[in-house]
Design a protein around this ligand. Structure first.
Ligand SMILES: Cc1cc2nc3c(=O)[nH]c(=O)nc-3n(C[C@H](O)[C@H](O)[C@H](O)COP(=O)(O)OP(=O)(O)OC[C@H]3O[C@@H](n4cnc5c(N)ncnc54)[C@H](O)[C@@H]3O)c2cc1C
Length: 262
């Protein structure tokens, strides 16, 4: 079930120098949401809607949160909103991550790819079992690390080495696979990732090398978010005459790690 309505902002908080969290209460949207899904926001001043992953949604209270980094006009406008302002939301959209209890879940987030990973880690809620690998260029881009620490076995990597592992998340993954002997376990590791395309490319190569399967959440530019405008078409890896693209909004935004061409 999808809802399109005006919601009232409860709170807007600064998560980092360049990122904010907006929260609102809507029980219908919270009940219909699951980890990996996203919302689409329509601002009166802008022609095109903007998509953001759901950071988490509480089915009891109806509290829904999303996190955004300010990168352009719409996110700058969102950052200026205040409690009691209204925003036009369509939600929840897209598919979700599916957890298999019989596996070792390794969740990987790069930069602003953290919201769907945070929601998934929170829904699994197993600090011992769920690996979360959080990567950023420096300490300012490690969004949600304190909350992630409470619900997962969190490992951090920064490109400048200022916090955690000195390197990127793919290097960190290889380090953990060796140190924790994950490939020798009876249980299969499954990777769930969201982040910039270069990260996903490197990750896919590593997954192929180790024979680990998984799912990637994509962030294609999109306008309508419901499969009408075709603006978010992603080229698929194994093309045929009748099947060349998948729509990030309608068919995703989560796909098997080797389905979309990177
Ligand atoms: C399914 C989905 C979930 C997303 N979840 C989040 C989230 O949780 N938090 C978050 O901060 N952002 C998220 N994004 C990206 C977010 O939608 C864009 O950052 C936002 O639309 C930018 O709007 P703007 O008007 O501020 O910037 P614009 O002026 O439109 O763009 C500013 C810059 O950002 C680039 N950009 C814009 N949209 C995207 C995009 N979708 N992917 C990559 N680059 C883009 C542009 O090329 C340009 O360089 C998500 C995108 C998708 C498709």
């Amino acid at each position: 079930m999808k809802y399109s309505r005006l919601v009232t902002i409860q709170k807007i908080t600064k998560e980092a120098i360049d990122a904010f969290i907006i929260e609102f209460i809507d029980k219908d949207i919270a009940l219909a949401s699951s980890a990996g899904m996203f919302i689409s926001i329509g601002l009166e001043s802008k022609m095109f809607r903007r998509p953001f992953a759901i950071l988490d949604a509480c089915k009891d209270t109806g509290l829904v949160r999303f996190l955004f980094r300010v990168v352009g006009a719409s996110t700058a406008e969102l950052s200026k909103l205040k409690a009691k302002d209204s925003i036009n939301i369509m939600a929840p959209l897209g598919n979700s991550f599916i957890y298999n209890d019989n596996t070792i879940p390794i969740l990987i987030a790069g930069g602003v790819g953290v919201p769907p990973i945070h929601y998934f880690a929170k829904s699994i809620n197993n600090k011992e079992k769920t690996y979360v690998l959080l990567g950023g260029s420096n300490s300012d881009s490690l969004y949600m690390k304190d909350e992630l620490k409470n619900v997962s076995n969190l490992h951090i990597a920064t490109d400048d080495g200022s916090v955690g592992f000195n390197g990127n998340v793919v290097m960190l993954l290889e380090d953990i696979l060796k140190k924790d002997k994950i490939m020798e376990s009876d249980k299969k590791a499954i990777i769930y990732a969201c982040g910039p395309l270069p990260m996903l490319k490197g990750l896919r190569n590593a997954m192929d090398n180790y024979g680990i399967k998984g799912y990637f959440s994509f962030e294609a530019m999109m306008s309508c978010a419901i499969g009408l405008c075709q603006g978010c078409a992603l080229p698929i890896e194994k093309k045929s005459k009748d099947n060349m693209y998948s729509l990030c909004c309608r068919d995703g935004s989560i796909f098997e790690y080797d389905y979309i061409e990177l």
